[in-house]
Design a protein around this ligand. Structure first.
Ligand code: PXP
Length: 260
């Protein structure tokens, strides 16, 4: 399974102090050495993390394909067409959000999306849509003629965290918590089944399927088992672990989890 490493989180640290370090460019060679398949970056409209100069340099210097995430705003599409990354993943953006909190409203944004996709494909950039795992979003993506979709796995990751992180084992004997654990387990199974069915459906419609958001060393296993998902884009958890293990080891460890 392919791994895109979202190196934005390196610039989260840099921008917290508005200094020069750590520089995401220094991650390119390390990602390549550790076996990453793709570099993913998100140039936000408010430039709170990755800056224009980062995007320019990363796209120019990376020997791995670069997946540029951006909003459908025409300014961002202009930049993407100029920089010509390997792929553009269109994502929803809200100024107040801490991270990308949901998938694109694919049916509600049809004209804007159509225009953005047409311009990107004309510039020979493959296009992916970051969508919630719903049948409607898959069908709309097919109709829009994109090459890829990326399923937002935030809901799956949240349920996983509630089930295995917040409900500590010391609460084993409390019946109410056992009940909620049972409900959460059912929700997790439902979400996984939904992702499995939809990624299979999407593949049959000729779409290539990626997934990402909130995935980490603990929760990634069940997603890896969905064979129709070709690629995962993972950022926060890899960069967080790299503080302790170094970036190369953190990527190697994640890559080992992605072996099928
Ligand atoms: N894929 C997309 C489209 C995203 O917007 C993000 C978050 O930046 C990710 C993957 C990676 O999410 P995380 O940082 O939670 O691993």
């Amino acid at each position: 399974m392919l791994l895109g490493v979202n190196i934005d989180h390196i610039t989260v640290l840099r921008e917290a102090r508005k200094v020069a370090d750590p520089d995401p460019l220094d991650a390119l060679g390390i990602c390549k050495r550790a076996g990453a398949d793709q570099i993913t970056i998100h140039l936000r409209e408010d430039r709170r993390h990755i800056q224009d100069a980062d995007a320019i340099n990363i796209i120019e210097l990376s020997s791995l394909p670069v997946n540029l995430e951006c909003a459908i705003a025409s300014e961002m599409i202009d930049i993407a067409c100029k920089l010509k990354p390997h792929r553009v993943t269109l994502v929803p953006e809200k100024r107040e959000e801490v991270t990308t909190e949901g998938g694109l409203a694919v049916s509600g944004e049809q004209p804007k999306l159509k225009d953005a996709i047409r311009r990107l494909q004309k510039a020979e950039i493959e296009v992916s849509l970051f969508i919630d795992p719903t049948l409607e979003a898959v069908k709309c993506s097919e109709n829009l003629g994109v090459e890829w979709i990326e399923f937002h796995t935030g809901k799956y990751a949240n349920i996983y965290a509630m089930l295995y992180t917040n409900l500590s084992k010391t609460h084993h004997s409390i019946p109410e918590l056992e009940l909620s654990r049972k409900i959460l387990k059912q929700m997790l199974d439902d979400e996984l089944r939904n992702l499995r069915l939809l990624s299979c459906d999407a593949m049959e419609r000729g779409l290539r399927v990626a997934a990402g958001h909130g995935l980490n060393m603990q929760n990634v296993q069940d997603i890896v088992e969905i064979e129709t998902i070709e690629e995962l884009n993972i950022g926060q958890s890899i960069i967080a672990r790299s503080v302790f293990t170094g970036l190369e080891q953190a990527i190697l460890d994640m890559k080992a989890k992605l072996i099928r």
